[in-house]
Design a protein around this ligand. Structure first.
Ligand SMILES: [Zn+2]
Length: 342
C-alpha cells in the first residue's frame, strides 16, 4: 500500500509558518470559556480521526484475501500457505463440537466479507454452514464457486457407508469427515488450497507457490519423524469415545475395539457403558481416546473400571497448550498416545 500524502518536512514547516502561533491557545481558551456543544463536537471528531488512523495502521498492508475457516486446522493450513497475505477468521475452536455450533450473526457477518471459505465438508458442517452462507448473501463463497473450498474433496475418505440410514446417528453419506487426524491428508489439501489461493489472488501466486513448496518439504520430514516416534503404537487396541479417529487409527495402525457412543453423536447411557466394559473383558484395549472438546466423564468412567488410560487428544490446533500450530498438533498427539502406553 502506498501513501501518496505529500508529507515532506519542508511542506510541514511551510504550513507552520502560515499558522498563527497562538491559534491553538485561543481555541482552547474559547472552549473552556463557553463549553459549547460545538467544541465538544470538534473534540469528538478529532478523537475519531485519531482512532481511525490507528486502525488503518493496525491493518496489515498486504492482506488481500479474507479467509473464513470452519475449523482451526484449516485456518492453520491457510496460515502456513499464505503467511500474512490473508486475514483469517476461524468459525469454531478446538473446544467446540464442529458438528454442532450455532449459526450466530457474528459468523454470518464474517462470511459476508469473506473471499474464501475453507471447510472440511463431507457434511461435517451441515447443521450450520449452509445457513451461515445463505444468510451472508455473499454469492462468491457459495458451494460450487471459486470462493468455496472443501478439504475432504481431496483425500481418500474412510467409512463411506454402503447404505445410508440416518437412524444410525451422525452417519455421513460421503464418509467420516474427521480427516485432520492423519497428517498425510494435509498434503493433497495443501496442494489444492495453494492453487486456489493463487487463483483468487493471482498477484501473489509466486508467494503462495513458494510457501506451498516449503510446507511440502517440512511436512514430509515431520511425518517421517512422527511415524518413527509412533512405532510402539502399531497394533495397539484402543477404545474411542466418538468415531472421530479412523484416520488416526489408519495412519498409526491402531486397532479400534469399540466406541463409547452407541451411535455417532449420541451420549452413552450407563447401561451402554456397562456393555462396553463387557466387550473390553473379551477384547482388552490399552486406552480410551477422546477429543479435547468432548465430555470427559464417559471416557474416565470406562478407563477407571477397565484399568486403562484415558487419553485426551488435542484433535485440532488449539486443543492443548502444545498444539499451537499444525506441527504442535501432531507432536502433542503422538506424545500423549505414547504416554498412554505407560
Ligand atoms: Zn463426527
Amino acid at each position: 500500500m502506498k501513501f501518496n500524502l505529500k508529507h515532506s518536512p519542508q511542506r510541514h514547516r511551510d504550513t507552520e509558518k502560515i499558522k498563527p502561533k497562538n491559534l491553538g491557545n485561543r481555541y482552547a481558551n474559547l472552549c473552556s470559556f463557553f463549553r459549547s456543544p460545538l467544541c465538544l463536537c470538534v473534540s469528538v471528531v478529532k478523537r475519531f480521526c485519531l482512532s481511525l488512523a490507528l486502525l488503518l495502521l493496525a491493518i496489515p498492508a498486504h492482506a488481500t484475501l479474507n479467509v473464513f475457516a470452519c475449523e482451526p486446522e484449516w485456518a492453520a493450513l491457510t496460515q502456513e500457505l499464505a503467511g500474512d497475505q490473508v486475514s483469517l477468521y476461524t468459525a469454531t475452536s478446538a473446544l467446540q463440537d464442529p458438528h454442532r455450533i450455532e449459526a450466530r450473526p457474528s459468523l454470518i457477518a464474517q462470511a459476508r466479507r469473506a473471499n474464501l471459505v475453507v471447510c472440511t465438508g463431507a457434511e461435517l458442517e451441515v447443521a450450520w454452514l449452509p445457513v451461515v452462507l445463505r444468510e451472508s448473501g455473499n454469492n462468491t463463497v457459495l458451494p460450487g464457486s471459486d470462493g468455496y473450498f472443501e478439504a475432504s474433496q481431496f483425500v481418500t475418505m474412510l467409512e463411506v457407508p454402503t447404505r445410508l440410514d440416518r437412524g444410525e446417528g451422525d452417519v455421513h453419506a460421503l464418509g467420516n469427515p474427521h480427516i485432520q487426524t492423519d497428517p498425510r491428508n494435509f498434503l493433497p489439501v495443501a496442494e489444492a488450497l495453494g492453487k486456489r489461493l493463487a487463483q483468487l489472488d493471482p498477484g501473489n501466486a509466486a508467494h503462495y507457490q513458494q510457501r506451498l513448496a516449503a510446507f511440502n518439504r517440512q511436512w514430509h520430514t515431520a511425518i517421517a519423524k512422527w511415524e518413527a516416534q509412533a512405532a510402539p503404537l502399531r497394533g495397539i487396541s484402543v477404545v474411542v469415545q466418538h468415531k472421530g479417529f479412523p484416520y488416526l487409527s489408519h495412519w498409526l495402525g491402531l486397532n479400534e475395539v469399540v466406541a463409547l457412543e452407541p451411535k455417532p453423536g449420541l451420549e452413552p447411557s450407563g447401561a451402554y457403558l456397562a456393555q462396553v466394559l463387557d466387550t473390553l473383558q473379551r477384547q482388552p484395549a490399552r486406552m480410551v481416546l477422546r477429543a479435547a472438546y468432548q465430555n470427559a466423564r464417559p471416557a474416565k468412567w470406562v478407563a477407571e473400571r477397565a484399568s486403562i488410560a484415558a487419553v485426551e487428544l488435542p484433535y485440532t490446533v488449539g486443543g492443548s497448550d502444545k498444539a499451537k500450530d499444525l506441527y504442535g498438533l501432531f507432536d502433542d498427539t503422538i506424545a500423549r498416545l505414547l504416554a498412554g502406553l505407560q
